[in-house]
Structure formats: C-alpha cells, structure tokens
Design a protein around this ligand. Sequence first.
Ligand code: HSE
Length: 440
Amino acid sequence: MNPIQVGLLGIGTVGSGTFQVLRRNQEEIKRRAGRGIEITMVADLDTARAQAVVGEGVQVVADARAVIANPEIDIVVELIGGYGIAKQLVLEAIAAGKHVVTANKALLAVHGTEIFAAAHAKGVMVAFEAAVAGGIPIIKALREGLTANSIQWIAGIINGTTNFILSEMRDKGLDFDTVLKEAQRLGYAEADPTFDIEGVDAAHKVTLMSAIAFGIPVQFDRAHIEGITKLAAQDIKYAEQLGYRIKLLGVTKRVAKGIELRVHPSLVPSKRLLANVEGAMNAVVVNGDAVGTTLYYGKGAGSEPTASAVIADLVDITRLHTADAAHRVPHLAFHPDAMSDLKVLPMAEVVTSYYLRLRVADEAGVLAKVTGLLAGAGISIDAVLQREADEVGGEGSTQTDLIILTHDTREGTLDDALAQLQALPTVLAPIVRIRKEELS
Ligand code: HSE
C-alpha cells in the first residue's frame, strides 16, 4: 500500500522533531501502522530554513492553503499555534476532508466544540495527543486505557516552565522574578511567558482532560485560573516546614454538584510522588473508580518528546482512516450524542483545604481571636505554625507570621471568614491563601 501522505503546517521545534523521528524510526513505525507514513509537503513562511530541515525530496511552500488544497495529502499537521490563522486552517483542512493532528491546546480548549463538531460532520479525525503534557500519552490513557472507569479526579503538573520556576525557588530560596529571568535565559520560558506563569497554558490542558474524563464539552471559559506570579519564596519555605511542596496544579474533579475545573498553586504533601516532580517535567495523576490512582510522568515539551505524541496520532489515524467513522474512538472519548450536561462549578462551591499566612501583631490574644473566628465560621483547623517575631521581622520585631492549615471547607465559606480576618486591626498585611490538595 502507498504510504499515507502528511503535510505539515509550520516546521519549528516540534515540526523538525516530527520529521526527524519519523525518518529515523520509519521502518518500525511502518510495521506498527501497517503502511508507511511520509511527510511530503511542508508549509512555513521561512521556506529556506524549512527546506534545510527536510531536504530536497519534500515540497516546501510558504502558503499553508497549498497543503490543504493538495489532493494527495491525507493528514494535515497543524503546528502553528494560537487561535487566529490556525483555527481557520484547521477548519479549512476539515472542510477539505483531511484528518488533522494538532498540538494546539489553546485552539482546542477554546474552540474545540466547533472544531470537533465540524470534524464529526465531515467524518474526519482531529487528534491532539501532543496538546496535553507533550510526550506523555495522557489523552490515550484517559480516552482508551481508562475507558472502563468512572474517572473521579485528575491532578496534574502540566506546565514545565512553572514547575521549573517553583523547583528553583524551593531549591535555591530565590524569588519568582529572579528565577523567571533564569528560565528565559535557559530557553524554558518564552520571551512572553504570560500564558505559562499566569496558569493559562495549564488551564487549556486541564480543560481538555476534563472534557475527556467526564464527557462534558470543553469549557475553558468556566475554568478558574491562578498562576504563580504572586507566590512568595517565604510560603514555599513555610510549606516545606509543614511537610508540603507548592506546585502549580491543574485539577478537575467529579463531585456531587458537578465538576471542578481549576488551575492554581497548591500545597501537595511532600511524600506524594507528584510533589517530587521537579524541573521542567510534567506528571498527571488520574483516579478512576476501578483502577484507583494512576500516575503518568515524562517530558511535557521539547522537540522529540512532543513529536512522539504527534507521530502516535499519525499512526492512530493511519490505522483507522479506512474504518467506518462511527467505529472510531470519539474525539472526546464519549459519543457526541452521549455528552453529559454536568455543570462546571463556580469556585465558591469548591471544597478543599487551605494554607493561610497572616502577618499579625505579636501580642496576647491574637491567635485566640483568629482561631475563634475560624471556629465560628465552622472552619476546622488542621495545624498552626507560629514563627518567632525576630525571625520574621528582625530583632525587636513586633510582628510575626501565623500559618494555619485548614481541613476541607467550602471556598465561599472561607472567603467570608477571610474578609472578617482581614478586617481585624491586628492583621497587618493581606492574608495569603493557597489551596492544599492531599491527593489521597
Ligand atoms: N509552555 C509549555 C510548558 C510547553 O512550559 O510546559 C508547551 O505546552
């Protein structure tokens, strides 16, 4: 059988890796896929650089639409990124009857409903293993490997840049800004790292996992998103003293009232494997009712790790593209006519536990007042740590830090209690609140 023909839209880091791995492992990939897979056309604005990557045997063009219009191309791989032209090209490729592989989490998290509907109507596949956690086959695991389960929750470190920054802050006791500059120098963080450090990239990824896990439409606009820019080195140190590490987690949970969908810094017990995922690595924990807790770990970015996921999708499509469309694995794991209308809950309805840090006047009765107020709100305290005033504010200091760990409580209840605590004259600075996930 003739090889299946692939056209790449964009040949940067991931595109180059895809070309190289496909060429290096072509024989084994062919034995797995049942037929060869060849990149025969590439579109990139920098045609000279693209031609240098792929050599003379591959047609290179500047116009992506020339790839989509080529009747010989079976699969279009979109590696442009973003919501703009990438969206138009993906929709045009679908309309032209091409299968699509994309690493574009932003596009699918925001416009997935429209794109998957178009693909379903046209009977083509849109595959996106590379969109979540790079080389870790988490989409495959959720959509197929765990298909027997009622998934209960997912918690993941799904942004390597922020995990690198948090690891360095903890290891070296440095502040956020210093480590961000280092991450940019090393090439981990983009020149504009906003999506990474503000939690948006992680929210795109957890939105996709949530849809697949619970059979709900992608709802990025309902996700709660907090990044790591306001995290103080001091809180990383206090958390460590209490037996926790702070990670930027993407969390999605099935609870009685609906679905939680959130990204924020979280305290994770140091003894959990997830707490020990360091540097730019990614890891995802999935809990299913039958399987229990499972963990997936690996490189979440980079040329060949991401290419590994892109090529896995190319092989899947090659195996399935002659199959009756109704017998393929549904894009979001559940059949489009069997999606759930479980609603994504507002943060006030989320139930979790908390780390609180209060800068207080170091005087009699302050601790009693704070704990009394929490008790009055029905918030149960798990642990309290009070620092020496001298250690916090220098010799002779009249201020100290009070660190409180709570048991599970409703976020709306905590918000009300925090407003009351903040109004106390003995609370001298904005209260720091970081959520805590026991992951048990
Ligand atoms: N910028 C992402 C990260 C990689 O830092 O993990 C691509 O998703």
